[in-house]
Ligand binder design. Structure first.
Ligand SMILES: *Cc1c(COP(=O)(O)O)cnc(C)c1O
Length: 397
């Protein structure tokens, strides 16, 4: 029987469905990429698909490709059609339906691109989309309009104009490399990009957004870590949604990054049937802290086309945060955000702990529901000021 997902123990799932494979090949990230599950035939050889999934795979070919690394595939429970790993990477028929509220570009990124590939929406920082490929594809991808290369739109990063823009825009102090997954690039290619960015004096801070430590921990080699280390201050934001994703291999890969001095954050997406549950979220954030990863954001799922079966209400996200704040380590609690549809940026959503703002005081509620009054400061009366002033003068004599 599969161990409980709520158990804090880290376990290895290798080699599982690939039990005939040597560990040497298994540990090679190139082997992992070459052997990704990306066809209906391969998928059916390994799992009993439901009708809903089979139809989903057949429809996915023209929207967002299916591709799953053997490492991640091994986390799928063969006997559980509601497996939380399965829901993230195996297409379902619901993806083919567009709900009225859904959009191809839910965060309005295309209208904030001064140069193709560069999203400049906040005053001091930019999102640099460096590739449209990932190690595996998340079915709720916020950039499914360009990611994986099978849809109608294509990402065409304009490298030289993008670097020129960054050189000219001295207000940009923070560059976030994303895509797609930047860690799919070779060490040499990444080194060149990071060196070029580091040569721009006003860029203080560089970040990489990547799900490679989760999908393909074998890619986090000592050589990669040694190269990244040259470009500090460099942060990495990983993307994990469910505690089962944190295997021994993933923990060790994250440990190599942390040992290279790279501060690690996690971004989760709140997904129906995956992590819309306080106990699952608690197990996830506790395991993240054990891996030296600070939970950063919990995203309300973007209004991406074909995602209604994976989205929850906003109230469910607030309930998750309420179940964490105060009940566990403060470091373990992510900020819940909604990326404002059409380009509003990330908007923080919090449970309401400020019940009333009266005159001269506020009324608060704590995590256990107890009520507290906190008063505003009382201004010092002039008479007391003068009395103390006189007293101080008399002492100096
Ligand atoms: C998320 C995002 C950033 C980074 O936001 P932080 O809150 O600083 O992590 C920057 N640009 C765009 C377009 C983004 O979507």
């Amino acid at each position: 029987m599969r161990p409980s997902d709520l158990d804090p123990a880290f376990i290895s799932h290798a080699p599982g469905y690939w039990s005939g494979e040597s560990m040497e090949r298994w540990d090679d990230h190139r082997w992992q990429l070459r052997n990704r599950v990306d066809s209906l035939m391969e998928l059916e050889q390994k799992l009993n698909l439901t009708d809903v999934e089979r139809a989903g795979v057949l429809l996915a070919g023209t929207k967002l490709a299916m591709s799953i690394t053997p490492h991640f595939f091994n986390l799928i429970d063969r006997d559980d059609p509601d497996c939380p790993i399965r829901r993230q990477v195996i297409p379902r028929i619901e993806e083919g339906w567009t709900a009225p509220e859904e959009l191809a570009d839910p965060c309005g990124e295309d209208s904030h691109m001064p140069v193709p590939g560069l999203v400049h929406r906040y005053p001091d920082r930019v999102l640099f989309l460096v590739t449209d490929r990932c190690a595996s594809y998340c079915r709720y991808c916020t950039r499914s309009r360009v990611v994986s290369g099978v849809g109608e739109q294509h990402l065409e990063t304009q490298w030289e104009p993008a670097f020129k823009y960054l050189e000219q825009h001295t207000e940009v102090r923070d560059v976030l490399l994303s895509g797609g997954d930047p860690l799919l690039f070779s060490d040499e290619r990444l080194d060149k990009i990071l060196t070029r960015l580091r040569a721009i004096p006003h860029i203080q801070f560089v970040r990489i957004g990547s799900r490679i430590p989760i999908f393909l921990p074998q890619r986090i080699t000592p050589e990669l870590c040694a190269m990244l280390k040259k470009h500090h201050p460099l942060f990495i934001s990983i993307h994990t949604n469910h505690p089962r994703e944190l295997t021994t291999e993933v923990r060790d890969a994250l440990g190599r990054l942390a040992d290279a001095g790279i501060p690690l954050g996690n971004q989760s997406v709140l997904l129906r049937g995956v992590n819309d549950d306080v106990e699952v979220q608690k197990a996830l954030v506790h395991k993240l802290l054990m891996c030296r990863v600070r939970p950063y954001y919990l995203y309300q799922c973007d209004l991406i086309t074909g995602s209604s079966h994976l989205r929850t209400s906003v109230a469910e996200g607030v309930a998750v945060i309420e179940g964490l704040r105060g009940h566990t380590t403060g470091y373990a609690v992510p900020q819940f955000v909604i990326d404002g549809p059409g380009g509003g940026g990330k908007i923080p959503i919090n449970p309401n702990y400020l019940i009333d703002t009266g005159s001269g005081h506020v009324t608060l509620r704590n995590f256990e529901g107890d009520i507290f009054e906190y008063p505003d400061p009382t201004p010092m009366p002039q008479a007391d000021f003068e009395r103390l002033h006189q007293e101080a003068l008399s002492r100096s004599l």
